[in-house]
Design a protein around this ligand. Structure first.
Ligand SMILES: [Zn+2]
Length: 301
C-alpha cells in the first residue's frame, strides 16, 4: 500500500490528499494528518531518522530493516511534495525543431506565431502557426532554413574581420582613457603617501618628531596605501581580457550562422533575441524585421 502511494505521488500528477483518500478507500486506516507525517518518514526507504542531539544535526542513518521503497523514489516524492518537481506538461514537439517560436509575427494578423508538431505517416512534422481563426501556417523546417540564409547576409567578410577588430580596439582604448587618468592619479597618491611615510621615519630617527607622532603618521599612511593599492588592482583588472573579448565578438559575427547552428536551443534563442531586438515577420518566402542590432547591421553590410 505505501509503495503504491509513493509511486503515485512521485508522478507529480496527484495531490497528497487525493492519494490519502484513494489509499483510505483501498483500506488504509490512518488519518489525514498522520498520513502527511508518515509519507515524509524516511523509514520507508530503509533509513532511520535521528533527531538533533547536542552538536550533531538531525540526520538519517541506514537502518537494519528492509526498505519498502528505494531511496531514489523516496527523495523524488519529497521533491514533489516540496514543490521542486512540478508536473511537466508532456509535449510531443521538440524545441530543437522550433527555435524561432516566440520570435515570429504573423504577417496576416500580427499575432505571435506558435509552434506545434503533427504526426505524419512515420514522423512528426513541425510547423509555426497562427491562431486557428487566422489559419497562417508554415513548415518549420523551411522557415528555419530560410532564417539561416538570413543570418548569412550578416556574416563579416573575413578580409574585413581584422580591420573591425582593430577599430574596436581603438574605440575601446579611447573610451578607457578616462580610466587611465584615474589610474595615474591613484599611482601618484600612492607615491605621495610612500614619500610621507619615509620622511616621517627620517624625522623620527633624527628626533625631530616623537615616537607616538611617528606611529600616528605611519598608521595613517599604511591605511591609505592599502586603500589605494586596492583601487589600483580594481582599475587594472579586466583590461588584459579585452583583446580576447574583441576577438570573440568579431569571431562570432564572422561566423554568425555557424555559431547559430552549433548553439543548443537556449543558445539559439539568446542569439536571436540579441540580433533582433524586435520580432521577425515571416511572410512565407522570407524573413523581415523592422529593426536589428546596430552592431550586427553595421558590421554585416
Ligand atoms: Zn495570424
Amino acid at each position: 500500500m505505501m509503495r503504491w502511494a509513493y509511486e503515485e505521488l512521485s508522478t507529480g500528477k496527484w495531490l497528497i490528499d487525493q492519494i490519502w483518500r484513494a489509499a483510505s478507500e483501498k483500506g488504509l486506516k490512518t488519518g489525514r494528518k498522520n498520513f502527511w507525517q508518515i509519507i515524509r518518514n524516511p523509514i520507508y526507504c530503509g533509513r532511520i531518522p535521528i533527531a538533533k542531539y547536542k552538536e550533531e544535526e538531525a540526520h538519517t542513518a541506514k537502518g537494519q530493516h528492509e526498505a519498502i521503497i528505494s531511496e531514489g523514489l523516496f527523495y523524488k516524492v519529497m521533491d514533489v511534495l516540496n514543490g521542486r518537481n512540478k508536473p511537466k506538461k508532456t509535449t510531443i514537439c521538440s524545441p530543437d525543431m522550433l527555435p524561432l517560436r516566440g520570435f515570429l509575427i504573423c504577417p496576416e494578423c500580427g499575432s505571435m506565431l506558435s509552434g506545434s508538431a503533427s504526426k505524419g505517416y512515420n514522423n512528426y512534422y513541425h510547423y509555426y502557426h497562427c491562431i486557428a481563426k487566422c489559419g497562417v501556417r508554415y513548415n518549420a523546417e523551411k522557415v528555419n532554413k530560410l532564417f539561416i540564409e538570413e543570418l548569412k547576409k550578416y556574416t563579416i567578410d573575413p578580409v574585413l574581420h581584422e580591420a573591425y577588430a582593430m577599430i574596436l580596439k581603438q574605440v575601446y582604448q579611447y573610451v578607457s582613457s578616462e580610466d587611465n587618468n584615474e589610474l595615474a592619479s591613484v599611482k601618484k597618491q600612492l607615491e605621495d603617501f610612500n614619500i610621507r611615510f619615509s620622511k616621517a621615519r627620517d624625522k623620527m630617527l633624527n628626533d625631530v618628531i616623537l615616537d607616538f607622532e611617528y606611529r600616528k603618521i605611519k598608521s595613517d599612511c599604511e591605511k591609505n596605501i592599502l586603500i589605494l593599492e586596492n583601487r589600483l588592482i580594481n582599475l587594472s583588472r579586466g583590461k588584459e581580457n579585452i583583446i580576447q573579448l574583441i576577438g570573440k565578438a568579431t569571431g562570432l559575427l564572422k561566423n554568425l550562422h555557424e555559431t547559430y547552428l552549433e548553439a543548443d536551443s537556449a543558445g539559439k534563442r539568446r542569439l536571436i533575441s540579441s540580433i533582433y531586438p524586435q520580432k521577425l515577420t515571416f511572410d512565407g518566402t522570407q524573413h523581415r524585421t523592422v529593426r536589428m542590432n546596430e552592431a550586427v547591421r553595421v558590421l554585416g553590410t
